[in-house]
Ligand binder design. Sequence first.
Ligand code: NAD
Ligand code: MG
Length: 403
Amino acid sequence: MNARLQGIAVLGATGSIGLSTLDVVQRHPDRYRAVALTANRDVEGLLELCRRHRPEWAVMVDAQAAERLQRALRDAALDTEVLAGAEALCRVVGLAQVDTVMSAIVGAAGLLPTLEAARCGKRILLANKEALVMSGGLFMRQVVAGGATLLPVDSEHNALFQSMPADYLPGAGRPDGVTRVLLTASGGPFRTTAPEQMSKLSPEQACAHPNWEMGRKISVDSATMMNKGLEVIEACWLFALPQEDVQVIIHPQSVVHSMVQYHDGSVLAQLGNPDMRTPIAHCLAWPRRVDAGVEPLDIFAVGRLDFEAPDPQRFPCLRLAQEAWHAGGTAPAILNAANEVAVQAFLDRQLAFTGIPAIIESTLEKLSPGAADSVERILEDDVRARACALDLVGTPSGRRVML
Ligand code: NAD
Ligand code: MG
């Protein structure tokens, strides 16, 4: 192979998406090499990945974890250089050896390095939907100004991208001939749970997703359907669509990953097994195709495909996300921050499952959004919303009633 290997920085390498990315990378040593791997504080996880992928750089956001990793790498006679702190994420993204950045940090922490990847004109594989929800306008302008290539990894948005006109790229405005997009949702583990049971649901139940294996935060987001709410906003930014043109459809089998409807009556869909290595491999190889290690879809085993409308009563988070999008400015950043706090409180057993939308709604009511015209203003409102939501979690109405 004559072409230079594609150098990849994986932000959030030890997470669910990070590991799936490295699984695909490992299958194609003639195409890809890991240049930089990052994690928050999982020393063992990142050490193991450094052993296997021999990156030039490893970033640990936690300083003590960084020191431990450096020592462990020396003991293992590996010459990966360790950097510490959140600023180091931006530094590795900008390295000349890095062609492609997999943005797979969970939550708002992914915002600054993803913006930096856009500024540096990299090929961005975007899994971190929270960055787009918080700062979509700013981010999309940065992608265009920096000459970056933005490829959506989120399975629904990747399916939409695959079903768009062949010459279309996110950032190029509304795709030609498209009337609307149909965003599919599994409905999560509580699609049919009786409403009176909802306040008693545990983190273990919420994280037991029927079709996908994911990190804990996105698993809870799937259970509340906030994940779909965030994805509606993500679709609006990526494909320059008004919210009315993004329809959410419950599809329990998770085989149709989303659909695009055209003026001429055509509806194009992308199908496949629910395995994130497919959209990851699609983005890595785009516009070509590579083996992702995914089982071929057995359509006879699937048998049937069901579609139904979501129940707004059962899933208030969907409505909250839609309202935040309509309020505009920093409202989606406030929504996202309140959600991150509420989900963490639920995972820590300080909040009932039904407390999650309650905390988000109260936070949105208490804070008025500002203009989302700079990162500083967006981050200010992110901080304000976290403080407000944390406060609310401490009140009796937010707290779980422990019997
Ligand atoms: P995860 O919890 O499994 O992994 C998160 C990664 O981010 C880890 O490597 C962790 O070390 C790192 N991280 C956490 N906090 C950090 C911080 N403060 N600073 C720096 N790094 C930090 O999450 P995941 O399921 O892989 O999801 C990652 C992103 O991809 C999320 O935005 C999620 O919404 C999105 N996504 C995930 C899936 C999926 O199937 N897992 C599908 C679509 C989109
Ligand atoms: Mg998704």
